[in-house]
Design a protein around this ligand. Structure first.
Ligand code: CAA
Length: 249
């Protein structure tokens, strides 16, 4: 039975990172031609080589997703090289944690730009192509902390909650045209971003997760691939939590 993803072009922003790499691999295994954005050329070439050694032919494209002109240039290149994008995973994200009283405009703007403004910048480049084809998937990687808030993350939680507002609205605008738009809200996943939390704070967080462990990147990637597939066609405007029971709503 086909999952409908064979030959589809998937763009994963920040695909060379922890959750991103797992998403790229699962989509490639499902038959997609996968393209990841990158910022650091040496790191991206290294990633591409590691993927090739594991049997995956990933494409990479340099793009600062917080910059609209950069995204426009990337969109033009993807149209020329691959005939557009069928599956977009807005996954690129950063943290700059700090209590609100200590947070400066740079810390606020950087997180809003990379995590939320990027969703406008990148989706804008691919949506017309999806509308023309009458098929598309936009999957936004939000966060548990966009649903419940988090001490030290006014910037990140605002951006992540904003991503889901975007998903619901675009889902309504495109549902009749064969496009689904959804958010996934991962909990704490065992990636570099989470391992950067001070150990004592991280241990307190893990203690609040009913399943008793951090999540795995592959568990988020499986959900992305399901939403991208034909089996996910009736799900749109949803925000699907994968957080080990840490937050239930
Ligand atoms: N709840 C209540 N109070 C807290 C608290 C919490 N969770 N964490 C710290 N505090 C209190 C401290 O006890 C201390 O109180 P006193 O002043 O009375 O002693 C005070 O807040 C410390 O305030 P500071 O401004 O000095 O904060 P700090 O410099 O010690 O660090 C922080 C604050 C950077 C936010 C740190 O707590 C931290 O790193 N927290 C983790 C934030 C987090 O979960 N980030 C997630 C990153 S991963 C991710 O985002 C992926 C995803 O999607 C899930």
């Amino acid at each position: 039975m086909s999952n409908g993803l064979n030959g589809k072009v998937a763009l994963v922003t920040g695909g060379t990172g922890g959750i991103g790499s797992a998403i790229c691999i699962k989509l490639a295994q499902a038959g997609c031609k996968v393209v990841s954005t990158y910022m650091d050329e040496a790191q991206a070439n290294d990633w591409k080589a590691k993927m090739a050694a594991a049997g995956f032919d990933m494409a990479i494209v340099k793009c600062d997703v917080s910059n609209f002109d950069d995204c426009k240039a990337m969109g033009d290149k993807l149209n020329a090289d691959f005939g557009g994008v069928d599956v977009l995973v807005n996954n690129a994200g950063i943290t700059k944690d700090g209590t609100f009283r200590k947070m400066g405009p740079d810390q606020w703007n950087a997180v809003l730009d990379v995590n939320l403004v990027s969703v406008f910048n990148v989706t804008k480049q691919v949506i017309d192509g999806m509308l023309n084809k009458g098929w598309g998937r936009v999957i936004n990687i939000s966060s548990i902390n966009g649903q419940k808030g988090q001490f030290g993350q006014t910037n990140y939680a605002a951006a992540k909650a904003g991503m889901h507002g975007f998903s619901m609205s675009l889902a309504q605008e495109t549902a009749k045209k064969g496009i689904t738009v959804n958010s996934i809200s991962p909990g704490y996943i065992g990636t570099e971003m989470v391992m950067a939390i001070p150990e004592d704070v991280r241990n307190q967080i893990v203690a609040q997760i009913p399943v008793g462990r951090l999540g795995k990147p592959e568990e988020i990637a499986a959900l992305v691939t399901f939403l991208a597939s034909e089996d996910g066609a009736f799900i749109t405007g949803a925000n699907i939590a994968a957080n080990g029971g840490q937050h239930m709503c």
